[in-house]
Design a protein around this ligand. Structure first.
Ligand SMILES: [Zn+2]
Ligand SMILES: [Zn+2]
Length: 121
């Protein structure tokens, strides 16, 4: 048993279907050279909330955590591009800022749109 059992079956299947890092495009597999990154920093209450997860290689994952990061909007833009099926800003905002006003979602959407444009360049 080499699977990471702290994840649900659905999350494991989701991660196993990944074949490259969303950030740099390097090929890989999970569990192995690819890592499940939780876009919501420090919030791991619901590790299986797929609106809050991204697939990164080891190096990009380190970058994401030591300061050279795309940040929340950048990771969500990657999510929209590589995993549109689970891209859900409402669900993300609920997990990240349960008490946020509707304005927060508007603001977040604008940031993600701007980040998506930068990625597209
Ligand atoms: Zn990478
Ligand atoms: Zn991480």
């Amino acid at each position: 048993m080499k699977k990471k059992l702290e994840y649900s079956e659905a999350t494991q299947r989701w991660a196993e279907s990944a074949d490259k890092c969303w950030r740099c495009g390097r090929g890989g597999w999970w569990p192995g050279s690819l890592i499940i990154h939780h876009i919501v920093r420090g919030c791991r209450r619901d590790r299986d909330n797929l609106s809050t997860t991204a697939i990164l290689c080891q190096e990009c994952h380190i970058d994401e955590h030591i300061g050279n990061e795309l940040g929340i909007a950048g990771c969500l833009a990657l999510k929209a591009k590589h995993d549109p099926q689970h891209y859900n800003l409402e669900a993300f905002a609920k997990a990240y800022r349960p008490n946020a006003t509707p304005d927060y979602l508007v603001e977040l959407r604008a940031k993600v749109d701007a980040a998506s444009e930068r990625l597209g360049e």
